[in-house]
Design a protein around this ligand. Structure first.
Ligand code: C5P
Ligand code: MG
Length: 296
C-alpha cells in the first residue's frame, strides 16, 4: 500500500508523467522523510533545466551559458561561435549510446573552447545584471515557492551547477530566491581591475564531475556541518547530477528526482535506473512541493 505516494499522485496534475521504478521503496523514503521532518532534511539541486524551465510556449528557455549566447550585449560573432559549440557538444552530453567516460573528453573540450571564446570578446561584469534581466531564463512554476518554503523552515539548499555561478546567482536574485539557507557551488568568473572578464577561477565543474570533491573545494565543511541532515531531496536533469549526493554524511532517506526534458524515449530507462522518481517534460516543481507538504 503506497498511501502517501498515491495521495501525492492524486493531487498532481499529470500523474502519467511520473515514472517510478520502485514505488514501494519511494513510499518508504517519503514516509521516513515525513516522519523525520524539516530538521533532518537538506536539498541539493542542479540549476540549468532543473530549477529553470526547459521550454515555455514552444520556445526553449535560456541556460546560464545561453544567457550569454542570446544577449544583445554580445557581438553576433560571439553568438555564432557559442551556438556552434552548443550544437556540436550538447548532443554528445545527452547521447544515450555513449558512456560518461567517453563523453568527458568532449565536455572538457566544450568548456575549454567556450571559455576561450568568452574571454576573446569584451565582456564586462557590469553587464551581468542587464543580461539576466532581459534573458529568457525562467524558473519552473512553483520553484520560487519551493525555495521560499525551504528557507522558512531553514532547510539548507545547495545549488550545484556546471554552469556559471556569477550568472546563476544573479538569476536567483532576479527571482528574489537567493535566501540565507542557500549555498552555490559552481564555476566563478574572474574579472580584472577594469571589470573585464579574463577567465575562470578555481577548479572546473563540468556536468560529469558534480561530486563530493567539487563541493569540498568550494565549501570545505558543508556536509560535516549538515551531518544531522541525512535526508536529502536531490533534483537534477542529467545523469551526472545523481553524484551530487555523494558527500552526504550518514545518508538517510535520499530521494533522487530527475527531470527528463528531452530525448525522452531514448533516455527513460537510464533515468529510471538512476533516479528514484522521473518527471517527464514537467515544467513545474508541483511534484516536489507536494512531497514537501508532507515533510515541512
Ligand atoms: O546547472 P547545470 O549543471 O545543469 O549547468 C550545466 C549545463 O550548461 C550543461 O548541462 C550544459 O548543457 C550547459 N553548458 C552550456 N555551454 C557550455 C557549458 C555547459 O550550455 N559552454
Ligand atoms: Mg542541468
Amino acid at each position: 500500500m503506497c498511501s502517501i505516494l498515491s495521495n501525492i499522485l492524486q493531487r498532481y496534475e499529470k500523474p502519467e508523467a511520473v515514472k517510478i521504478k520502485n514505488p514501494e521503496r519511494v513510499e518508504e523514503l517519503i514516509k521516513n522523510m515525513a516522519a523525520d521532518g524539516p530538521g533532518a532534511l537538506q536539498m541539493i539541486t542542479d540549476f540549468d533545466m532543473t530549477l529553470t524551465r526547459f521550454h515555455q510556449d514552444g520556445e526553449k528557455c535560456d541556460t546560464c551559458h545561453g544567457i550569454l549566447h542570446s544577449s544583445s550585449l554580445m557581438s553576433e560573432e560571439f553568438k555564432k561561435r557559442s551556438q556552434d559549440l552548443f550544437n556540436k557538444y550538447y548532443p554528445i552530453e545527452i547521447d544515450h549510446t555513449m558512456t560518461v567516460e567517453e563523453k568527458i573528453p568532449y565536455m572538457l573540450k566544450w568548456y575549454e573552447e567556450s571559455h576561450e571564446t568568452l574571454t576573446t570578446f569584451p565582456f564586462e561584469k557590469k553587464h551581468l545584471t542587464e543580461m539576466v534581466k532581459t534573458s529568457r531564463i525562467l524558473f519552473r512554476d512553483g520553484a520560487v515557492e519551493m525555495l521560499e518554503a525551504l528557507n522558512e523552515k531553514q532547510v539548507p539548499v545547495m545549488v550545484f551547477s556546471a554552469g556559471v555561478g556569477d550568472i546563476l546567482e544573479e538569476v536567483l536574485r532576479k527571482f528574489n530566491s537567493y535566501h540565507s539557507n542557500t549555498k552555490v557551488v559552481s564555476n566563478s568568473m574572474e574579472f580584472n581591475d577594469e571589470g573585464r572578464l579574463i577567465g575562470f577561477k578555481g577548479p572546473l565543474i563540468h556536468m560529469f564531475n558534480k561530486n563530493e570533491k567539487a563541493i569540498r573545494q568550494s565549501q570545505p565543511k558543508y556536509f560535516e556541518n549538515l551531518s544531522h541532515r541525512g535526508n536529502v531531496l536531490l533534483l537534477g536533469d542529467s545523469l551526472g547530477d545523481v553524484d551530487m549526493v555523494e558527500g552526504v554524511m550518514e545518508p538517510g532517506a535520499v530521494i533522487k528526482i530527475g527531470f527528463l526534458n528531452t530525448k525522452i524515449e531514448e533516455r527513460l530507462e537510464s533515468f529510471m535506473n538512476s533516479f528514484d522518481i522521473v518527471l517527464i517534460d514537467d515544467q513545474s516543481m508541483d511534484f516536489i512541493n507536494l512531497i514537501l507538504t508532507h515533510v515541512l
